[in-house]
Design a protein around this ligand. Structure first.
Ligand SMILES: C[S@@+](CC[C@H](N)C(=O)[O-])C[C@H]1O[C@@H](n2cnc3c(N)ncnc32)[C@H](O)[C@@H]1O
Length: 231
């Protein structure tokens, strides 16, 4: 089991090893447009086997995510956090900003499929990735809506249409102003007990927590940490 986890984590880390800046991504990672359908399926199969391993984790409360962290290192973090949070919360509606190839999207939609409920609304303003969301596309189209545009333009309208949401993932532009804007928007529409996931929490994450005083909040330490806020 442990070696399986390591094999899959290594695989995902390898393809994401240069994630830290958009510049690095465009220089060092094979442009997604060049992947063949077989290669794309290989990514999906790897993720599916990763989720099977995660299905064995016992999560009684979201804070337990901190305990299982040491097994899964690297960029796989946002993927496994989205998968486990979605399985735990069983959202009707979830909104995410920042799709790129769609690891978080694929993870969320996989968990929704297991939950037999849920719709995911994703917003991305393509910068590096032209083929935004290729991982989930074709497999999970029924429960997924992709909106192209900047979160500052698209998020308020989407949230107004949805009314209430159960989960929100911030993984777009990690600048203070943008993060604060997204958190505040999401918070207005997040139900009590709903969850915000924040990839790479920075000052905005901690300032927002001070401001809204949620019922719980914590970070999962890792090379790229994940922040969790529970309303
Ligand atoms: C770190 S990647 C997202 C990774 C993705 N969540 C995953 O798990 O594969 C960030 C994405 O945010 C998008 N983005 C950047 N600024 C944005 C903005 N203002 N609004 C919406 N999307 C934005 C970029 O185009 C990029 O695809």
């Amino acid at each position: 089991m442990e070696s399986n986890i390591r094999r899959i984590s290594n695989f995902l880390n390898k393809i994401n090893q240069n994630k830290s800046t958009n510049e690095n991504i465009s220089k060092n990672i094979t442009p997604v447009e060049e992947l063949t359908p077989t290669q794309k399926n290989h990514y999906r199969e790897m993720l599916d086997s990763f989720f099977k391993i995660l299905d064995e984790e016992k999560i009684e409360r979201l804070e337990d995510l901190v305990k299982i962290k040491p097994k899964h290192k690297g960029y796989v973090d946002v993927t496994f956090v989205c998968y486990l949070v979605t399985k735990f919360v069983k959202p009707n509606f979830m909104v995410e900003t920042g799709v790129a190839r769609g690891f978080s999207t694929y993870a969320t939609l996989s968990a929704m499929e297991k939950n037999r409920k849920g719709k995911l609304f994703s917003i991305d303003y393509p910068t590096t990735y032209q083929d935004v969301g290729w991982l989930p596309r074709g497999k999970f189209d029924e429960n997924w809506v992709l909106i192209i545009g900047k979160s500052k333009d698209k998020l308020p309208e989407l949230l107004d249409k949805l009314g209430q949401i159960d989960c929100f993932l911030h993984d777009s532009e990690h600048h203070y102003k943008n993060m604060m804007f997204e958190f505040k928007q999401a918070w207005k529409h997040l139900r009590k007990g709903g969850v915000i996931i924040c990839d790479e929490p920075t000052n905005a994450f901690y300032d927002f927590i001070k401001e809204v005083k949620p019922s719980s909040s914590f970070t999962i330490p890792s090379r790229i940490p994940e922040g969790i806020i529970i309303k």
